[in-house]
Design a binder for this molecule. Structure first.
Ligand SMILES: [Fe+2]
Ligand SMILES: [Fe+2]
Length: 418
């Protein structure tokens, strides 16, 4: 049992093979001053250790006799939602990736060297530290099963899948419009199981790489729509409104990036960041009783959503969204931009063009700001804009937004990935 004075990170390794456990013990020996490690040879033994010791991270094998890795992590998710769950496996079967994606935050491929293990644990620990004292939010994020999505898009994807001329690119485009589905697919394709040399950030690339079967399984099996059917709709926080807003921000962020000739990859990433930027809002809706509390607070104090969130939870939807995306292994430039989209001046990488485009687009959209230049300057973080010496660009960006508004931001040409 860990004493109060032990500040080391508590990590549990689970593997049924004695050789693997021995090699894990060997490669992690140098970390003993920083990590308090437990080792278990089965799922049952792992649960026993967890019930007796406060542990932050579990790293489990997938294929084990009796309780396998996915089943174990599912139990851990339900009983110890604060924990970070990692799979370390040499088992590459695709169908299992789907099962794992629902229960594991990260997948690492065997054999795993100490540096990969260290950087993964350090990254996730830093995230956990940033959120220490905000246990409610961390537990909410870590216990998430599937994010709610939109039935309209679900139908479109199924329709596309059933058509005789299935086009991967078209499915990619449909999926890109969906916040939860995009994040989920990017999480899977970026996991170690696909062993891609670089991170995939665009949903259509993910669709091409994953193949139709996986997509079908994801779309039909995820059950995110069941959550929606239960009536996840609150005044001022309807998912449809949120979707429309996210698409609009994505389109605008991409247009701003293009106007600066930033590069097509970054411009597409701006679109993805826009689609995902308010994902934390959907997540927070899952905290029991919270949406009503938030609504009441905003009504009573007549304040912004972020101020209410800070007051009620000690964090914001932006931070929570960034946390979730980082936890899923979504590239840091997108996750970082999402985490700071309201207060870019607080970001570690202030000069990220994705962050700038996202912040400006989010400030422009949904506040009728595009028609009122004064309002535009009020919602922007002007200190940040001045620090980066971007004041002279504002007029052009405002023009960009007006153009999109005029052309109709939901026209399909703005949603395609050309
Ligand atoms: Fe936001
Ligand atoms: Fe937003």
């Amino acid at each position: 049992m860990r004493g109060d004075s032990d500040l080391r990170k508590a990590i549990l390794f689970v593997d049924d093979e004695v050789n693997v456990i021995q090699s894990l013990k060997r490669i992690t020996r140098e970390m003993r001053s920083e990590w308090n490690m437990f080792f278990a040879g089965s799922g049952e033994k792992a649960l026993q250790i967890l019930s007796q010791n406060r542990t932050e991270i579990i790293i489990s094998d997938m294929r084990m006799p009796g309780m396998d890795g996915a089943e174990l992590l599912q139990k851990v998710r339900d009983r110890f939602p604060h924990m970070i769950r990692i799979v370390l496996s040499g088992y590459f079967k695709r169908e299992n990736n789907l099962r794992l994606a629902k229960v594991a935050h990260q997948c690492l491929a065997k054999p795993c060297d100490i540096n990969t293990l260290k950087s993964c644990i350090e990254r996730l620990s830093m995230l956990q530290q940033r959120f220490s004292g905000k246990e409610k939010v961390v537990a909410a994020v870590n216990s998430i099963r599937d994010l709610p999505s939109l039935p309209g898009l679900y139908k479109l994807i199924v329709q596309e899948l059933e058509s005789p001329e299935i086009s991967l690119k078209k499915i990619g485009e449909v999926i890109a419009q969906d916040i939860a589905m995009s994040a989920r697919i990017l999480q899977i394709v970026n996991s170690a199981f696909f062993g891609l040399p670089r991170k995939v950030t665009l949903p259509w690339q993910a669709v091409t790489l994953l193949g139709l079967e996986i997509i079908k399984g994801l779309v039909l099996g995820a059950q995110i729509f069941t959550t929606l059917e239960k009536g996840l709709k609150y005044k001022g926080l309807s998912l449809y409104k949120l979707w429309k807003h996210s698409v609009a921000v994505g389109v605008t962020a991409r247009e701003i990036a293009r106007s600066e000739a930033i590069g097509s990859k970054t411009a597409e990433e701006c679109f993805v960041a826009g689609i995902l930027h308010d994902i934390g809002k959907i997540l927070l809706l899952k905290i029991p009783g919270y949406p009503q509390q938030l609504e009441g607070f905003i009504y009573e104090k007549q304040c912004s959503c972020s101020i209410a969130e800070q007051e009620l939870l000690g964090t914001t939807h932006a931070e929570v969204g960034g946390y979730l995306l980082e936890l899923w292994g979504i590239p840091g430039n997108i996750a970082g931009a999402v985490a700071h989209h309201h207060h870019p001046g607080e970001a570690e990488d202030k000069r990220s063009s994705i962050l700038t485009c996202l912040h400006v687009a989010n400030s422009l959209i949904g506040r009728e700001a595009a028609l009122d230049e004064d309002a535009f300057f009020h919602v922007l973080d002007m200190q940040y804009i001045r620090e980066l010496k971007l004041e002279s660009k504002l007029a052009k960006w405002l023009e960009c937004c007006r153009k999109i508004e005029k052309e109709g931001m939901f026209q399909s040409k703005h949603l395609s990935f050309q």
